[in-house]
Design a protein. Structure first.
Length: 202
């Protein structure tokens, strides 16, 4: 049992804190640029927040489409405004488990998502099922105590992140690369982040 109890409690927290995360896109950019070379084709962005990353991805020539999902109306409404001039982007209020399009995506982004979700292994399993052969899952999570927030359910080390990936990829042929990076939060202080690229072979 995690501190939110269940899906309904988790959603209620976000509905009661609509401001949370609205300004968190800027510090994602440095890590995003490390991951951008891997982004192509049909893209799913899980936890699209206010659409800052979505709007960048939609400008990449090799990207055909971007489906951004989040669990609150506030975030989705802001994300739609951020991408209103893009013909590639589509934003929807959805839980990851509600998507039924198997093998539909060439790239799936989980940027600062796994530390928030109720069951990260199940979330990764779902992503693997949605990923086309040869596709990639791109992950960014805070490392340890470096960037603790009230809506974080867990903290990650490279070992625990790899453990979750290994548990979720059982039955899939996966190539995993994990690196550590440091980037500023609003130019005030540097934090440590773990970036992972998972490739579904075959």
């Amino acid at each position: 049992m995690n501190k939110y109890g269940n899906r309904e409690d988790y959603l209620k927290w976000y509905e009661e804190h609509p401001h949370w995360g609205n300004n968190q896109v800027t510090e994602n950019y440095e890590r995003l640029f490390w991951l951008l070379p891997f982004v192509h084709g049909s893209v799913l962005e899980v936890g699209c927040n206010t659409g800052g990353i979505t709007s960048i991805i939609a400008t990449i020539p090799s990207v055909q489409s971007v489906l951004g999902i989040d669990i609150t109306d506030d975030y989705i409404n802001q994300a739609r405004k951020a991408t209103e001039f893009s013909i590639k982007a589509s934003l929807h209020k959805l839980f990851l488990e509600d998507i039924t399009l198997k093998y539909a995506f060439h790239t799936i982004l989980l940027m600062e998502v796994l530390e928030h979700v109720l069951n990260p292994v199940e979330a990764l399993k779902k992503c693997f099922s949605l990923l086309a052969p040869g596709g990639r899952i791109l992950i960014s999570v805070p490392e340890g105590h470096s960037f603790s927030q009230p809506d974080h359910i867990r903290e990650y080390s490279a070992k625990s992140l790899y453990s979750d990936i290994a548990a979720a990829s059982d039955g899939f042929d996966i190539t995993t690369q994990i690196v550590e990076t440091h980037s500023p939060y609003f130019d005030i202080e540097y934090y440590s982040w773990l970036l992972a690229v998972l490739r579904k072979n075959g």
